[in-house]
Design a protein around this ligand. Structure first.
Ligand code: HEC
Ligand code: HEC
Length: 383
């Protein structure tokens, strides 16, 4: 993979001290409410940084499938509904979500202050941590639930204290993003094939099996996959409604991008907000024209297809168990939800023979890149 694009909204994105802090934090269950869940619980390095489950399970059961974080720094929008516009804004979510790590930003400040290793790395990078005297044990904004103990504790802090806590919370998230930028895969069989073709190297044909080459032709041609899956991650980075049938009826009301856009615009952590290091940059400019529009109801971000063979089950709610099921869905549109609000058809069925299905699977398998270096797949040593 090429190096990920710069993220100017995070001034420590490429600072090795931030990478070290983020590496420590990614594997640290101490950030969670009960001290038992880390980012790596769901983004398990031994499963290509996913969990093999239909939907993520932390303190509770979520509604969405856990995507890999390998090569995720290439994303323009984060999560299936794009409710975050940077990797650091994304990281603020799971830390506090009641179904994920169920932590709170006040407790996270306490955790950093109380851990001499984290404290030293943090302060070297960001300067002194705030005093914890007078801070409650836990607290975070939960405006929709005025009686929630976290909200009451948060409301009890004055504006200056809240800003100090928010600043540490954001710095933690920026360090997590810096670490995740290092999770880059090595070249896949498909990359070798493409670069050999570019060099006009006659041995090119051998880096991709004949079956995978036939699959590639289908992908680019009759199957129409290229319309949305292109570029370095095989994703256009945008949102579409494929109508993939839900696993449980209860999930059929997931509004996807419609709700994601609302959450993004309301987030204090977006690219144009006070915690961004590039409030007038390109990411912030995109945000100024973003609207919550009804036609995006039920749309989800086109996922990267890098390592897709390693990240079953598939789609935003993990509703399809394997790649064959995905191809069966695309080729028949069996069970598709009435596609799109206006009845506009995004996809059209195309009959795939069994042999063609094998070829497309072989092509998708050729997108598995070389493993992320071992040093990044294991927790860092602590002095
Ligand atoms: C309980 C399981 C769980 C935990 C714990 C968890 N995640 Fe996730 N992660 C998910 C799920 C599920 C999604 C998709 C969320 C959605 O689309 O609504 C996700 C999405 C992401 C994404 C977006 C990837 C993309 O392609 O858009 C990143 C990055 C990420 N998580 C990083 C982290 C970090 C950093 C932590 C720790 C602070 C973390 N996650 C903790 C389950 C988890
Ligand atoms: C109209 C745009 C579009 C087209 C055309 C398209 N896809 Fe997708 N693809 C998506 C979107 C959006 C999702 C996520 C859908 C969801 O979660 O509900 C997706 C999901 C997938 C997934 C699941 C990946 C994961 O990590 O869960 C695979 C595999 C996939 N597509 C392969 C293909 C193939 C192969 C083709 C051609 C037969 C194709 N796609 C055509 C937009 C498209």
């Amino acid at each position: 993979m090429p190096a990920p694009p710069a993220d100017e909204t995070n001034r420590v994105a490429d600072d090795p001290r931030a990478v070290r802090l983020g590496h420590l934090l990614f594997f640290d269950p101490g950030l969670s409410g009960a001290g038992d869940i880390s980012c790596a619980t769901c983004h398990d390095p031994e499963r290509a940084f996913t969990d093999g489950r239909p939907v993520g399970v932390g303190r509770g059961e979520g509604r969405r499938n856990t995507p890999t974080v390998i090569d995720s720094a290439h994303q323009r929008w984060f999560t299936w509904d794009g409710r975050a516009d940077s990797a650091w804004a994304q990281a603020t979510g799971p830390l506090e979500h009641p179904d994920e790590m169920a932590g709170s930003r006040v407790a996270i400040v306490r955790q950093l202050v109380g851990d001499p290793v984290l404290r030293a790395v943090y302060e070297d990078l960001f300067g002194p941590l705030p005093e914890v005297a007078g801070l409650p044990a836990a607290g975070r904004p939960v405006p929709a639930q005025p009686q929630h103990p976290h909200q009451r504790a948060w409301a009890g802090l004055d504006g200056d204290r809240r800003r100090q806590v928010d600043r540490v919370f954001v710095n933690v998230a920026k360090a997590l993003a810096a670490y995740q930028r290092r999770l880059v895969s090595g070249p896949s069989a498909f990359d070798d094939f493409v670069s050999a073709l570019r060099r006009e190297d006659a041995s090119a044909a051998r880096s991709l099996s004949a079956s995978a080459q036939r699959g590639l032709s289908l992908f680019l041609g009759r199957a129409g996959c290229r319309r949305c899956h292109f570029g370095p991650t095989l994703s256009d980075g945008e949102f579409h409604n494929t109508g993939a049938p839900p696993r449980r009826m209860a999930d059929a009301d997931d509004a996807g991008r419609y709700e994601g856009a609302r959450l993004l615009l309301a987030s204090p952590f977006h690219a144009a907000g006070e915690f961004s290091d590039d409030r007038d940059g390109a990411r912030a400019a995109t945000l100024r024209t973003l609207r919550q529009s009804p036609e995006t109801w039920g749309e989800f971000r086109t996922p990267s297809l890098r390592h897709v063979a390693l990240t079953a089950p598939y789609m935003h709610a993990g509703q399809l168990p394997d790649l064959r099921a995905v191809l069966r869905f695309y080729s028949t549109l069996e069970g598709a939800l009435a596609v799109n609000h206006h009845g506009e058809t995004v996809l059209t069925p195309f009959a795939l023979s069994d042999a063609e299905t094998d070829d497309l699977v072989a092509f998708l398998e050729s997108l598995t890149g070389g493993a992320v270096p071992n040093a990044w797949r294991t927790p860092p040593s602590r002095p």
